[in-house]
Design a protein around this ligand. Structure first.
Ligand SMILES: [Fe+2]
Length: 263
């Protein structure tokens, strides 16, 4: 059995710092073999900088997945081009910097991690994630033992559809993007672990990590007032997925959260 810890969208430098300082001890405490962090908003709702990615990787993350904001910060492009641990979503054209998947070591096995965007209520014009993911699975067949998709999408129906279509062919489908953790963790009939949304790693007490007064003013005036971070303690929403490296199937999935108050 190999254990993956998947941490939801890191939404501010303060949250990235928290993870960089605490991940190694969390790994030991939870006996985790591999850590995936969705880092698309580590530069506060606007992509991820090269420095933030480096801090997360040296702080205990094995792979950083992306989302609709990943390509907004140009300093990450070099790291994306290097391939390996930092991913942008698979749906972008080949001309975009970086790659949408990677095969990385996990214990004595190999895990294929795919970062993909949904298309419902998301950026128009992007390719559907399901055929793209299926193409990667076919292309890399035999080169990995375990596989996981970070499906960065708004609509739970789209996430469930992709997960059921891939059931038994992929170890786990974990949703990100909404910043709110859902309570529908499950193992699908053919052995794929699923969670509609893992949540976020960011300041509590706000609206998806943003200070409430900003969002209320934006709502009342329709003026694009700059976002300000919520001021509560950082909470990391995450999922622990136990995987069988022989069959490639999931054994268990559970939701967890940990905060800077506890550590
Ligand atoms: Fe997003």
């Amino acid at each position: 059995m190999l254990r993956v810890l998947f941490i939801g969208d890191v939404i501010a430098p303060r949250a990235a710092d928290f993870l960089a300082k605490s991940l190694w001890s969390v790994r030991r405490r939870l006996e985790v073999d591999f850590v995936i962090v969705n880092g698309e908003n580590a530069s506060f709702l606007g992509g991820i900088s090269d420095e933030a990615a480096e801090a997360l990787l040296s702080g205990g993350a094995d792979c950083i997945t992306g989302g609709n904001h990943t390509l907004q910060t140009r300093s990450i492009y070099r790291k994306l081009e290097e391939g390996g641990a930092v991913l942008r979503p698979l749906n972008y054209p080949d001309e975009a910097p970086g790659c949408g998947y990677s095969i990385l070591p996990i214990g004595s096995a190999r895990i294929l991690v795919i970062s993909a965007l949904g298309t419902v209520y998301m950026e128009p014009g992007l390719a559907d994630p399901l055929p793209l993911i299926e193409r990667v699975l076919a292309r890399e067949e035999g080169r990995y033992d375990l596989s996981l998709v970070d499906l960065h999408a708004e609509a739970t129906g789209e996430k469930l559809t992709v997960a059921h279509a891939l059931d038994g062919r992929i170890s786990a489908v974990i949703g990100t993007h909404t910043h709110v953790q859902t309570a529908d963790e499950q193992i699908l009939p053919c052995g794929t672990a699923y969670l509609s949304d893992v949540g976020m790693c960011g300041p509590s007490g706000g609206i998806l990590g943003v200070a409430p007064h900003v969002m209320i003013k934006r709502s009342r005036t329709h003026i694009r007032i700059p976002y300000a971070e919520a001021t509560g303690p950082i909470v990391a929403n995450a999922a622990i997925v136990d995987l069988d490296e022989t069959s490639g199937k999931a054994l268990a999935i559970r939701r967890i959260s940990f905060s800077e108050d506890e550590l």
